[in-house]
Design a protein. Structure first.
Length: 81
C-alpha cells in the first residue's frame, strides 16, 4: 500500500456538494432545523416563529430565541390603543 485509501490510479470518492440549509446551525435538532426552514418560507407566520423561539429557548439558545421573538413582534406588535 502506498499511503492511499483508494487503489493507485483511481480517483478518490467524491460526495456531491450540498448547500447548507437556510439558518441551519450545526448540532441543532432536526425539528428546529425544520422550523427554521418553515419560518424562512413564511416569515410573517407569527405562531410558527414563536414556537421556534420557545424550542430554541428550551434548547439553551436564548440569544436566538430573543431574536425570533423580536421578529415576531415586528409582524404582530399587539393591540393598538
Amino acid at each position: 500500500m502506498t499511503g492511499h485509501l483508494w487503489p493507485t490510479g483511481a480517483a478518490p470518492p467524491v460526495r456531491p456538494w450540498r448547500a447548507p440549509e437556510v439558518g441551519a446551525v450545526p448540532g441543532e435538532s432536526p425539528l428546529i432545523q425544520s422550523l427554521r426552514a418553515a419560518v424562512a418560507a413564511v416569515p410573517q407566520d407569527v405562531p410558527l416563529r414563536v414556537h421556534l423561539g420557545e424550542l430554541l429557548l428550551a434548547d439553551g439558545a436564548a440569544d436566538a430565541a430573543v431574536a425570533e421573538a423580536a421578529v415576531a413582534l415586528q409582524h404582530a406588535p399587539g393591540p393598538e390603543d
